[in-house]
Design a protein around this ligand. Structure first.
Ligand code: NAD
Length: 344
């Protein structure tokens, strides 16, 4: 059985790379990948990528949480297929010799910070020529920050940067069924798409760099509002004496139907297996919804787009998240906040 984990050893690796590069020219397959940010999403995405890459390739992983990279290395150690795995000792080491580096980080500041470390001092071209470098950022951040980072990559001529935020949650990341919203020039799509398809099922090219994030934030703005509206409508109907299942079924064959009413109904027992039916555990955390709503509001202000419902929606998520019985739970928990906070 092949052990496909290698722990960083710079000298041995640089010799290995020189060898691999000379092979690459003839075989055309061996490649190095950097993967930075192995949290709830990134860990599972990297697992799928590692499993689907050929064994001649290497995936070099980095996370400030070393437990996560160690677990990844341990879990892939015994596998006899997929790319070799190396634990990088820094962000920089994960990216330095990689043709493709994927980042899956929490917030805009993390992405700016990580790319600051990647780009300064300039990357060595000993193993990879800068025009061949590709950076794919799958983090949900605001389009302005993403464009600033892309600009830093492009103006220093250290590679190409595209945004590819995703939807599908941890379940989709684990199953490899994510949908990616790609912001990229047309001529990069054929290179990026096959890589994303190793971690997901759909890639929607939304436009030039930054467009993937604009699409993601527009969708999540709608989701934030629909979720609150569904919680209010369900609560209203139940106050009038309607059975929640009857009301839920009616909405879902009527004009009010939306993802929160049909798939993620916030009332216990309406949709079997939904977070509401297990005390709002799992699912899409209320903190992430609050974060995405904040990013959408910021991006809307920058674009001069009027949002009538945003401030109230933000207040609902902020107040709900402060409650002990809502904190850390699926965002449909706003139903609990609304139904228990109303005037008697
Ligand atoms: P997470 O917090 O679980 O993971 C982020 C990882 O980044 C952590 O392991 C953290 O240690 C690491 N990290 C932070 N700073 C770092 C640095 N400087 N260098 C290296 N690693 C660093 O977050 P997540 O749930 O995996 O989400 C990642 C991104 O995907 C977020 O932008 C989120 O909004 C988005 N997203 C999440 C979901 C979801 O359901 N969780 C769904 C769609 C999109």
């Amino acid at each position: 059985m092949r052990s496909n984990v290698r722990i960083s050893a710079p000298l041995v690796r640089s010799m290995l790379y020189a060898q691999r590069r000379s092979f690459s020219a003839s075989v055309g397959r061996q490649a190095n990948y950097g993967f930075i940010g192995l949290g709830q999403m990134g860990y599972n995405m990297a697992r799928n990528l590692q499993a689907k890459l050929p064994s001649s390739d290497t995936i070099r992983i980095y996370d400030i949480n070393s437990e996560s990279t160690k677990r990844f290395a341990d879990e892939t150690k015994a596998l006899s297929s997929g790319a070799a795995v190396e634990i990088a000792s820094s962000v920089r080491e994960a990216a330095e010799d990689s043709e493709t580096t994927i980042t899956v980080l929490p917030e805009p500041t993390h992405v700016t910070n990580v790319f600051g470390q990647i780009l300064k001092p300039p990357l060595s071209e000993a193993s990879v020529a800068n025009p061949d470098r590709l950076f794919i950022d799958c983090s949900t951040i605001d389009p302005t920050t993403s464009k600033e980072v892309a600009n830093a990559v492009h103006t220093t001529q250290q590679g190409r940067f595209v945004d590819a935020p995703m939807s599908g949650g941890v379940v989709g990341a684990t199953a490899g069924t994510l949908t990616f919203m790609l912001g990229s020039p047309d001529n990069m799509v054929s290179r990026v798409e096959p890589l994303l398809m190793m971690m997901g099922k759909k890639v929607i090219h939304c436009g030039t760099q930054g467009a993937g994030l604009s699409a993601k934030l527009a969708n999540n703005y709608l989701l934030a509002i629909n979720n609150i509206a569904t919680a209010e409508a369900m609560n209203l109907g139940m106050k009038w004496g309607l059975d929640p299942k009857v009301l839920g079924n009616l909405i879902n064959i009527s004009t009010g139907k939306c993802w929160p009413s049909e798939i993620n109904n916030p009332v216990e027992g309406v949709v079997e297996g939904s977070p509401a039916s297990r005390d709002y555990t799992g699912g899409f955390g209320i903190a992430l919804m609050k974060k995405d709503l904040g990013l959408a509001i910021k991006a809307a202000a920058e674009a001069g787009a009027r949002l009538e419902l945003s401030d109230k929606a933000r207040q609902v998520y902020e107040e709900a998240e402060q409650r002990e019985d809502c904190k850390g739970r699926d965002f449909s928990v706003v139903y609990r906040y609304i139904s228990s906070a109303e005037s008697k």
